[in-house]
Design a protein around this ligand. Sequence first.
Ligand code: FAD
Length: 227
Amino acid sequence: MIIDFRQLDNGTEIEADVCIIGAGAAGITLAGALRGSGVQVCLLESGGYELNEEIQSLYRGEKRGLPYWELHLARLRYFGGSTNHWGGWCGPLDESDFEARPWVPHSGWPIRRQALDAYYPAAQALCELGPYRYGIADWEDDARRFPDFHPAKLHAQLWQFSPPTRFGTVYRRELGEAGNIRAYLYANVTELETDENASRVLRAQIRTPGVTRGRCGPGISSSPAAG
Ligand SMILES: Cc1cc2nc3c(=O)[nH]c(=O)nc-3n(C[C@H](O)[C@H](O)[C@H](O)COP(=O)(O)OP(=O)(O)OC[C@H]3O[C@@H](n4cnc5c(N)ncnc54)[C@H](O)[C@@H]3O)c2cc1C
């Protein structure tokens, strides 16, 4: 079910086992993976189905360092997130992407590339790509031969191109029909309430740009959903 949070009563409380904040590539994928699992999922999305200037302006922010687009122009704040205008270039990361680089502050991941290997084929399908094959030889045949460059001098990298998948359009129906998923539009998370030690998040505070406020978390009884 997909619900417009603006239509709900002020003070609405949503009971859920899992609360996902943001219906972009990550949030939609995660909710989809929990479809039919019996786990009650609440997906909170800041925007609606289309760009709304007021909501989009919440992405305004300061940037530093290398030149980059204005933040509120680069990322999109509505159902589907930035996949509503992403380019669709896809390919697995390199081993070196995960390593710390002394000249790049805060670089290095806590996982290695292999940790993602099991998930790439599923991601490939979600992005509506071709077969999960990124070796040069995989794509060579009698008609197509890659030139023999010196491997120490030239590294060839393959990409595949997603249509590009607009996650909010392509996966909207299956999320809307899932019995265990409630997605809320215009539901901006403004605060996370934690326990005393801040070791556990207990609730997410929700606001629409108008007046409606609410909360989502485990152990609170759901108010009737309108709209
Ligand atoms: C112009 C552009 C081109 C790109 N091209 C490529 C490409 O070719 N290949 C590639 O691999 N990647 C590309 N990307 C990157 C790709 O789009 C992102 O990596 C991907 O969308 C990130 O997914 P996400 O779910 O983390 O964030 P997003 O897709 O941005 O989704 C975040 C969601 O969270 C919602 N949200 C934000 N704050 C709140 C809040 N407080 N409460 C509730 N909801 C909230 C937003 O409305 C949004 O729907 C591109 C990005 C841009 C901007």
